[in-house]
Design a binder for this molecule. Structure first.
Ligand code: ATP
Ligand code: MG
Length: 335
């Protein structure tokens, strides 16, 4: 039976594949910080999902540290483990049990049609997907349904995975009994942040990122070498503001709206040099990152606290998972 819950429940998270950047902040973290106050939030570090593409011991043995880094990134932006559950997927093994049950409710061609599969195979040059990669959205369905999430904040690229989850939940409920609420994707309105190269979205595998953990000098350097308006050769040439990454970043991170509007006006008229626009942008990003850096410094290197957060969150998630699994096995008549 579906339980009544006071606050809508959320499941979202990240694969621990590296540090988070400004794109993650704009696209999801900012929203998570807000959601944790009026939603029952589960933030998953989906390390089992990284195995679908990171097939080497070099990568798996680094997962523990990557998960710790992720927690540090979460804490730094203001995600508060007192207001949410932060957990590591591999520490909640019930999810793989549920995934095994769910994998019987979906066909191979249906999994092959999930658009992200083609994208990943193309990007990584994979000729034939492993069963694990094909199963990616099924394991994700188990993550979501295990905690009976109502809402799943995802980027538009992951919407197709939530569709798979809905189909599995409906099929299970129809076959065995009404266990799962049908979750909905919550597509963020933060948009996609372009990278410092101005060519593609900010993405750690492209290396066009400003990380939340970058120090002041690194930010200054990255901003100084940012792509701007290629048609503008000297400061007196009228420039383009629309679509120019430097102004996209000013809009996203500079809280001095008067300064931003003045810079845009002068840029369009050819009355300001890139150096001034970039210097002011670096200052604005560093100001934006100041409270993030302060929070990070409180936890940096404190592995006992970080590991404690992961253990406690995983314990809470496990309790939920076990409850759901018991219910599943009971309606199926297995237990
Ligand atoms: P990778 O290069 O390994 O794919 P990434 O830096 O692109 O890593 P992902 O792990 O693919 O990051 O991103 C997870 C989620 O974070 C996305 O589904 C999206 O919601 C959000 N996100 C990532 N990059 C951006 C971006 N540049 N702008 C807005 N949101 C982003
Ligand atoms: Mg990506």
């Amino acid at each position: 039976m579906t339980q009544t819950k006071q606050k809508p429940r959320i499941l979202t998270g990240d694969r621990p594949t590296g540090p988070l950047h400004l794109g993650h902040y704009v696209g999801t973290l900012k929203n998570r910080v807000k959601l944790q106050h009026d939603h029952d939030c589960f933030f998953i570090m989906a390390d089992l999902h990284t195995l679908t593409t990171a097939i080497s011991k070099e990568k798996t043995q680094d997962l523990k540290n990557k998960a710790r880094g992720l927690v540090l990134d979460y804490l730094s932006v203001g995600i508060d483990p007192n207001n949410c559950v932060i957990y590591q997927q591999s520490k909640v093994p019930q999810v793989t049990y549920l995934s095994a049950i769910f994998s019987n409710l979906i066909t191979v061609p249906r999994c092959q049609r999930v658009p992200t599969l083609k994208d990943v195979m193309h990007d990584l040059g994979i000729k034939q997907p492993s069963l694990g990669l094909l199963n990616y959205p099924v394991l994700q369905a188990a993550d979501i349904l295990m905690v009976k999430a109502d809402l799943v904040p995802v980027g538009r690229d992951q919407e197709s995975h939530v569709e798979v989850t809905k189909e599995i939940a409906r099929d299970f409920n129809k076959l065995y009994g009404d266990v799962f609420p049908i979750p909905n994707a919550l597509i963020g309105d933060g948009g996609t942040l372009v990278g410092t190269d101005g060519q593609a979205k900010m993405s750690k595998s492209i290396g066009n990122c400003i990380y939340l953990s970058d120090d002041q000098d690194t930010v200054n350097k990255k901003v100084r070498s940012m792509y701007t308006d290629p048609t503008r050769l000297k400061p007196t040439d009228p420039g383009h503001v629309e679509g120019n990454p430097i102004f996209i970043y000013h809009d996203a991170f500079n809280d001095n709206l008067v300064e931003v509007s003045d810079l845009k006006k002068r840029y369009l008229l050819g009355q300001v040099g890139d150096v001034e626009v970039k210097t002011k942008l670096a200052l604005a990003i560093n100001k934006f990152l100041t409270p993030i850096r302060e929070r990070r410094s409180q936890f940096e290197g404190k592995f006992d606290i970080i590991d404690g957060i992961i253990e406690e969150g995983s314990r809470k998630a496990s309790l939920e998972a076990q409850k759901t699994l018991d219910e599943v096995l009971s309606v199926m008549g297995i237990k």
